[in-house]
Design a protein around this ligand. Sequence first.
Ligand code: NAP
Ligand code: HSE
Length: 428
Amino acid sequence: MKPVKVGLLGLGTVGTGVVRLVEGHQNDLQSQVGSPIVIERVLVQNKSKLRNISIDASKLTEDPWEIVNDPTIDVIVEVMGGINHTKEFILEALAQGKHVVTANKDLMAMHGPEILAKAKEHRCDVMYEASVAGGIPIIRTLIEGFSSDRITKIMGIVNGTTNYILTKMSGEGASYADVLKEAQELGYAEADPTSDVEGLDAARKMTILSSIGFRTNVALEDVTVQGISSVSKEDILYASRLGYNVKLLGIAESQDGQISVSVQPTMVKQSHPIASVNGVFNAVYVFGEAVGETMFYGAGAGELPTATSIVADLVAVVKNLKLGVNGQQGVTAYKEKKLKTDDQISSKYFLLLHVEDRAGVLARITQVFAEFEVSLESVLQQPSPSNPQAEIIVITHDANKAAMNKVLHTFESLDVIRKVKSVYRVEG
Ligand code: NAP
Ligand code: HSE
């Protein structure tokens, strides 16, 4: 019944939740793992800061090395964020034989393979369930639940801030700028929301999910990224009229051993389960060759939802300690990474074109699609408020990305087109 001692790096939103759960659920945790779990030391930036949790002041330190180098500590829980210095602490902790639980998606997306290799070398666990989709146990599900299957598609709403913004724009017809301001005031978006709205946060999470799902090492640079800052009220209105919702989707696909990973605003058919994931909620849709469609839904952030994932990882580490099997069941990236080229990436597209309103325009446009063998599912023309301009909405059949790029390139110099107003990938 020797207690398992935890060094907690960070006592902000998530760290506070971890302390609450470890203390509040101590009896249940002990019953599951057979030992008390004790938060032994806690790293903060400022010891005198007023906290909304009561904690023994003698446990607090501003010196990370006091925790990393403490030989009595068994597990480091890293919830301080940051990349370079945090990586240094984690690598040193692993070198000293300490297990690590982290919520740090930035770190795991950029340095995951190095950290996991170090963990293996020292027979330590590194667990990072909270790094993607907060309280949804998606990482463990991909590693264990899908171990018998071959995953061909992972599609995720993995950023709550952007989903909140798009939901509000869609439901209330509000503008992007107004909703972003509101999201910041409500504390959903960061003070600098760039990584949320430009898709980088989602790209980091998709790097982690696709690496695990496809059992290979996907790098952040392999992910093509487009954020939501160019999504307009008009686009959302058109989408809705045609039976689609606009969502910032991370999409990872694998066919015949070749993969693609992207993040972009996408028009999702309203009948698809992921189209109705609203507000700050997250969801991850996974398609397995054998199982077919599955979807996982829940809170993607927040103190207690995120802490449930961290403490579940802690329980897993302690169970491994008891069994003496730490460092043995990590994710194995045993497949060689082969990225798809643009002519192998296929999807439907939505285009909104502002065009001259005169005879022959539609024919000129459809001729360009035909030239590059992009087949059309539907074409709709309507007058625009700014006559003599017209609007043409096109939805294509599945087309490869290379062909679509050629179509768009040709449109740039086509005299009848005033503006390619919007282009979206279509799903569902
Ligand atoms: P936070 O509220 O800003 O808390 C960060 C904590 O770390 C604070 O206690 C801070 O100390 C401490 N800290 C930061 N830098 C430090 C340094 N250089 N030295 C010592 N202490 C330092 O952050 P959070 O929202 O809890 O997020 C923590 C991590 O979890 C991040 O990696 C984040 O991406 C990830 N995550 C967060 C959520 C969420 O819902 N918030 C969800 C999923 C994943 P002080 O308290 O003294 O300032
Ligand atoms: N900024 C992130 C989001 C927090 O909006 O989803 C959780 O990682």
